[in-house]
Design a protein around this ligand. Structure first.
Ligand SMILES: Nc1nc2c(c(=O)[nH]1)N[C@H]1C(S)=C(S)[C@@H](COP(=O)(O)O)O[C@H]1N2
Ligand SMILES: [Mo]
Length: 402
């Protein structure tokens, strides 16, 4: 092994020649030549950074969309088409988040020598810049970690995941934009490969940049393939790490929360179950009466916020037919109540884009069979292009809001 001193070993990613720390501190990461590989350079930081930045921006935009679909502001009309829209955007949200994990690890490895710049803060501006990096790293780690833990359905924290994941996403995006702004000169300078851009490995034990990027590409490929089958059905068998897979579950559809977990077994098995609809008029319908109404079949996906999705053939009564029964105005909003109580799924609202859509059903059957208890028996909502959390199961009452 050659033991040449790495040229510019104390020239860290900003290309700023750094003053040496005081003699007593020149140990460990603070000694000259502490970082032997040439891959802690700005070009590698830019190449990895733009991949990571792209993944994080995809996460932010798809996450924002998901938030708007779940908390629809009054001024925003949502499209109920394409029916698979949310399946694609939320699948992309989770896939980009998973791909961002190896990208973030690689990026942190490339730039971590900058932790040891000397002096730790040259000026107020430099100190603030370093603080913003601390916020960026902390929020990125937090978002990816909580997202991952959430999709495996483990909720070990004492805070509500959805609003915290959402608001930290804004902080992360702000810190990311600031970082891109501050680093813009470095980014533009190293965006394209320079003549001496691919540094030769220092010795046999250190990788080349190409080697690093190939390994990184392979890691992203493996984690993506191992999980993407949760939404891309033909790849389900190739995805051993997918928390849930299309086709696996009662009636070939995954279940998020079973009837037993939701504590609804007793009321849904009650032969006296009836659906009450209130509006200008009021009706109460048994399952047999609902089955006697015109039945429609639709092929629609359940697309869970946690990234899995699966299509099924749903059969039941059109929501707009039920609303007509109680004399609801065409643009009325519908509030739907589940038998499940004290849960975020107990009440759901649906505006006219969905209620008037001929594909929106009160489903009574799935894939040619009566709904399984875990899929919402005796009746559930299924609507096109909507987050799974709004596809309310075990419906008991609907209220027309006028
Ligand atoms: N009442 C009620 N409805 C619910 C849920 C629930 O826990 N309780 N889970 C929701 C979520 S998060 C999803 S993804 C879908 C899952 O539907 P499935 O179990 O029939 O596949 O139902 C939705 N409807
Ligand atoms: Mo879900």
């Amino acid at each position: 092994m050659r033991s040449t001193r790495v040229p510019g070993a104390r020239r860290l990613p900003h290309d700023i020649p750094l003053p040496a720390p005081p003699e007593v501190l020149r140990k460990g990461p603070l000694r000259a030549g502490a970082f032997r590989t040439a891959l802690h350079d700005p070009r590698t930081a830019v190449v990895v950074g733009r991949l990571l930045g792209t993944a994080l921006i995809v996460c932010f935009l798809t996450g924002l969309l998901s938030h708007l679909m779940q908390h629809q502001p009054g001024w925003l009309a949502l499209p109920s088409r394409p029916v698979w829209g949310y399946r694609v955007t939320q699948g992309a949200h989770v896939a980009a988040g998973i791909a961002a994990v190896p990208l973030l690890l690689a990026k942190l490895w490339v730039v971590y020598p900058r932790l040891y710049v000397w002096p730790p803060a040259r000026s107020l501006r430099h100190a603030l810049e370093r603080l913003s990096i601390a916020v960026l790293v902390a929020t990125a780690v937090f978002e990816l970690a909580t997202g991952l833990i959430n999709i495996v359905q483990w909720y070990p924290w004492a805070f509500p995941f959805v609003p915290v994941h959402y608001w930290i996403g804004w902080v992360l995006t702000g810190a990311l934009i600031l970082h891109i702004g501050v680093q813009l000169p470095v980014i533009t300078e190293h965006w394209s490969r320079g003549p001496e851009a691919d540094p030769r490995p220092v010795d046999d034990a250190t990788p080349s940049r190409r080697g690093l990027l190939v390994a990184l590409g392979a890691s992203v490929g493996v984690v993506t393939l191992a999980t993407i089958g949760q939404t891309v059905s033909p790849l389900a068998k190739a995805s051993p790490l997918a928390p849930r897979r299309p086709g696996v579950g009662p009636q070939r559809l995954p279940v998020n929360r079973t009837a037993a977990q939701a504590g609804v077994l007793q009321p849904i098995r009650d032969p006296e179950w009836r659906l009450t609809i209130t509006g200008p008029l009021e009706v109460s319908l048994s399952r047999a009466e609902l089955l006697a109404m015109p039945q429609h079949s639709v092929w629609l996906p359940i697309a869970c916020v946690e990234g899995w999705s699966a299509s099924a053939r749903w059969t039941g009564v059109r929501i707009r037919d039920l609303m007509d029964r109680v004399g609801a105005p065409a643009d009325a909003t519908l509030r739907v109540f589940s038998l499940e109580q004290f849960s975020p799924y107990s009440v759901m609202e649906m505006r006219r884009e969905y209620t008037r859509d001929p594909l929106t059903l009160l489903a009574l059957g799935i894939n040619g069979e009566p709904l399984a208890e875990d899929h919402g028996y005796p009746a559930r909502i299924i609507a096109p292009n909507r987050p799974g959390v709004l596809q309310t199961k075990w419906v008991t009452r609907m209220e027309v809001l006028t």
